[in-house]
Design a protein around this ligand. Structure first.
Ligand SMILES: Cc1cc2nc3c(=O)[nH]c(=O)nc-3n(C[C@H](O)[C@H](O)[C@H](O)COP(=O)(O)O)c2cc1C
Length: 161
């Protein structure tokens, strides 16, 4: 699959098969993700592999679509708001790379923002100052949703003199 096809065929997956994801596969997608752009090579992402007890405590409404793996991507704190924003940007690039690497391999991912809520941060043990980019269900899709059409990019483009 070309990079463009990989980008355009990824979907936010809401229902997964029970088939496991091997540690080595997961590690290979995360390793690929770490080639994300990041300022000063600070690699601001950190990962939490969410175990069964923590996952149950999160009480996600669909239990992440029964995904066999749940993973949180965090962004490290920084001394200034500007650098903190940069860290969130880089960690988001990491997350998107991860989603694409998993999709290219035939897996799927579900992005949940529940980790940003204070009580869920506590359940996840997120240290002060860290941002939660997302909590991701990862597995093999049981259902793949239809594409959600995007606004023509020309409507987003402003030409400067
Ligand atoms: C920052 C962020 C937070 C998101 N949080 C959620 C969420 O809590 N629940 C959910 O169902 N989808 C969530 N999504 C996924 C979007 O709903 C999904 O990407 C969007 O509907 C477009 O669908 P697609 O990814 O299949 O193209 C999130 C996506 C982003 C980028």
């Amino acid at each position: 699959m070309s990079v463009t096809d990989t980008i355009k065929t990824r979907r936010n997956i809401k229902a997964f098969k029970p088939d496991p994801i091997s540690e080595s596969e997961l590690a290979s997608w995360l390793e690929a993700a770490s080639y994300a752009p990041n300022h000063r090579m600070n690699e601001p992402w950190e990962l939490l592999l969410v175990g069964a007890d923590t996952r149950a405590a999160l009480k996600h409404k669909t239990d992440f679509g029964q995904a066999p793996v749940v993973l949180a991507v965090l962004s490290k704190p920084a001394p200034t708001p500007f650098e903190r924003d940069e860290n969130v940007m880089a960690a988001s690039c990491f997350a998107q790379n991860f989603l694409l690497a998993a999709h290219e391999a035939g897996a799927g991912t579900f992005w949940s923002s529940l980790g940003a809520l204070p009580h869920n941060r506590e359940i996840l043990g997120v240290p002060e100052g860290y941002d939660v980019i997302g909590v991701f269900g990862v597995g093999y899709p049981a259902e793949v949703p239809e594409v959600k059409p995007r606004t023509p990019i020309s409507a987003k483009l402003t030409r400067l003199p």
